[in-house]
Structure formats: C-alpha cells, structure tokens
Design a protein around this ligand. Structure first.
Ligand SMILES: C[S@@+](CC[C@H](N)C(=O)[O-])C[C@H]1O[C@@H](n2cnc3c(N)ncnc32)[C@H](O)[C@@H]1O
Length: 364
C-alpha cells in the first residue's frame, strides 16, 4: 500500500524552482528518477506507519519515496541551507509527517531525535527475530559515507543511538568499490578492515547497484545500495575500538604475511614475542595473508589481543607511527587499559541443543 502525496512539482522542476545547483564540496549527486528512489525505499522495506530517519535528503527524491511508502514519521537531516525551502515545501504536502533537522549528520545523535516522542514504535528486544518499525536511510555524500558508517556500526555494537530501540536496519548508498568492501567474502581482493567491522555486528547485503549515469551531475563511479541488518549476537566479543585497531593493523600490509601487520600493534622490543604468541594461541599460520582470515579467526585474534592489552597497560594506546610512544609512559595514562566490553543480556540458545557455531554463518 502506498500513501499518496498531494500534487507536487516534478523533481526536475523543483531543482529549477529553488535554483539547486549541485555543490561539489558537499558531494551532491542527485537521484532524479523516482523509479530508483522508490526502489531504495522498497529494498529498505519501509512499510505503512514505519518511522524513518533520512540522512542528506537534498532535493527530496528518496524523501518523496519514503513518504509515498506510508512512513508515519520521517525526520530528515540536511546540512545545506539551500535545501531547507524545498524540503519545507515537501513537509507541508506531507501533512505533518515530516520533520526537518538543518544540521550536520556527523554531529547528530540520531537516537536523540525520537527520544521524547511517546508515539514512537515499540522497541523490540535484540534477540527477537522481528525488527523495530524504524529505519535509517540515506544516499550519502561520498566524502562522509565512510566516517558515518563507522559511527553507526560503533553505535550498533553498543546498542545506543537508534539501536537502543532494537535491531533498526540501515539502508545506505556507497560508491560501488566501498559497497563491495562492506559485503566482501573471505579471500576476495575487496576484503578489508571495513568488511570485518560491518560483518561482525551486522549482515550487510548489496541489494542493488545504480549506474553513475542515473545521478545529476553524473559522478565518476557507480553506486551500491547496501542494507545492514544488525545481528542478534555479534560474531566477535570485544569492544568495537579494540577490533577496529586490530583490523586496521592486520590489513595494513594486505599482500604480506599476516605477522608483518600484527607486529605493528606492539613496541619493537615486544613485537616478535607478542605477535608469535597471538598467532600460536589462535593457531594461525603466520605466512597467511589478511584477506584469507575468516571472521572466526578475527574473533580469536581480537580476544587474544584484548587479553594482551589487559596484561600490558598502555599497549592499547600504542601507535607505531609515533616515535614518542614508550609503553612505560603510556601505562600511566588514565585510559591505559582497553574499554570494557558492554554487558548485554545473555542470548537464548540458537539451536535445539543449545549450541551455536560461527560456521553456521556462511560468511566464514
Ligand atoms: C549525494 S547527495 C543526495 C541527495 C538526495 N538524497 C538524492 O538522492 O538526490 C547528498 C546530500 O547530503 C547532504 N550532505 C552533505 N554532507 C552532509 C552532512 N554532513 N550532513 C547532512 N547532510 C549532508 C548534501 O547537501 C546532499 O543533499
């Protein structure tokens, strides 16, 4: 079922009416084809009465599609003041369903937007198979897509922001190369830090691709639309920041033996001992490469590295590019130990015999 909007000027006319020339500095590439914007809303699974936050609505192509799909409430976050009048035009047509936030998405705590809204859809327990009737959607500017997805994955891992309400799905666009990395399976050239960070806490799926020629102005690259469904239980049990640091160093030398990247986690005097200890404990061949490591091996590495950081205060703060870094001094810093793992309620057993295995997830 769709919700009709009263007659509005066509998107193209909107652009002319409000003189909306794309600004390169804000990576503005508009989607003018309503068939594509409706396809995004459909793949995001927006249903009648759902609540949605849209990042970077611009002239409002996806915004219209979300309203047409029947969203009961739509909050849009847009940084460029030139879009506010056309968005207000749309909001008036949407019969108080739409709310505009003229601000920077990178500085916006999207979880706060609905905090004091009593009519908000019910929260749903993370272990429930159902998802809350809420969505985050955006055709993101390429220049903020990466920091924003990292922020959202971190919030998801801590079940904060909109994820305090349950496993709210995210549907975002990325340049195709980044979309492929997010969804990359093991042993592919596209496998990278972001593949692990996205896949341990969510199930990212590239739902369709959009040719660059569908955007105005046309970007140099094609685009992938990725839908992230948060996992009931993350596949790796260490704080987000610890995994992020481990992955950054492990993927530092993609073509080299994994040990070379791992060594950059430690000060020179400890690098061989601690890298060997970790590899041995995780039963990982030191001559393998990072792209050949499965999520299960990352889970072991992350757990082992976390324990090392607890045993050697200051290690978590160590940065091999900073020549001033000395472990004894870092150990005196207030945050010398890694962050604590957030405590969530124990998940119910996944199978009849109460056991579950990472191999049940087909991404290893
Ligand atoms: C690629 S355009 C997409 C516009 C529209 N969603 C569409 O599909 O046609 C990205 C939009 O994000 C906005 N934007 C850029 N940086 C932003 C930020 N930090 N916070 C919020 N919006 C931002 C731009 O002004 C622009 O409207």
């Amino acid at each position: 079922m769709t919700s009709r909007l009263p007659p509005l000027p066509a998107l193209r006319d909107f652009i002319h009416m409000y003189r909306l020339r794309a600004k390169k500095i804000l990576s503005q590439n508009y989607l003018m084809d309503m068939n594509i914007t409706r396809k995004i809303a459909k793949h995001a699974k927006v249903a009648q009465n759902d609540w949605v936050i849209e990042i970077g609505p611009g002239p409002g192509g996806i915004t219209r599609a979300i309203l047409e799909a029947g969203a009961a409430r739509l909050d849009v976050v847009e940084i460029d003041n030139r879009f506010i009048p056309p968005l207000q035009h749309l909001a008036e047509a949407a019969d108080s369903r739409m709310h505009i936030h003229h601000q920077d998405a990178l500085r916006t705590e999207i979880g706060d937007i609905w905090k004091h809204e009593p009519a908000r859809p019910s929260s749903i327990n993370w272990h429930d198979s159902r998802l809350p009737a809420m969505h985050v959607i955006g055709n993101l500017p390429f220049n903020i897509a990466s920091p924003l997805i990292i922020k959202y994955l971190r919030d998801m891992s801590y079940r904060r922001g909109v994820w305090q309400y349950g496993r709210v799905p995210l549907t975002l666009t990325f340049q195709l190369e980044v979309a492929k990395r997010l969804c990359s399976p093991i042993a592919c050239d596209t496998r990278s830090r972001i593949s692990i960070m996205a896949q341990y806490v969510a199930e990212p799926k590239m739902v369709f691709q959009i040719s660059g020629s569908c955007f105005v102005p046309r970007p140099q690259v094609d685009v992938g639309v990725v839908r992230f469904e948060p996992r009931k239980t993350p596949l790796i049990n260490v704080p987000f920041e610890v995994l992020e640091k481990l992955c950054r160093q492990v993927f530092h030398y993609r073509q080299k033996f994994v040990k070379k990247g791992l060594k950059t986690l430690y000060p020179e005097e400890l690098e061989d001992v601690l890298a060997d200890e970790l590899l041995k404990k995780c039963r990982i061949d030191p001559t393998t490469t990072s792209i050949r490591l499965g999520i299960e091996q990352f889970a072991d590495l992350a757990q082992g590295y976390y324990e090392q950081c607890e045993r050697h205060p200051g290690l978590f703060l160590y940065d091999y590019t900073n020549k001033q870094h000395v472990l004894e001094q870092l150990a005196l810093e207030p945050n010398a130990l890694p962050p604590r793992m957030p405590q969530f309620e124990t998940p119910p057993p996944e199978t009849e015999d109460g056991k579950w295995n990472l191999r049940d997830f087909n991404i290893i």
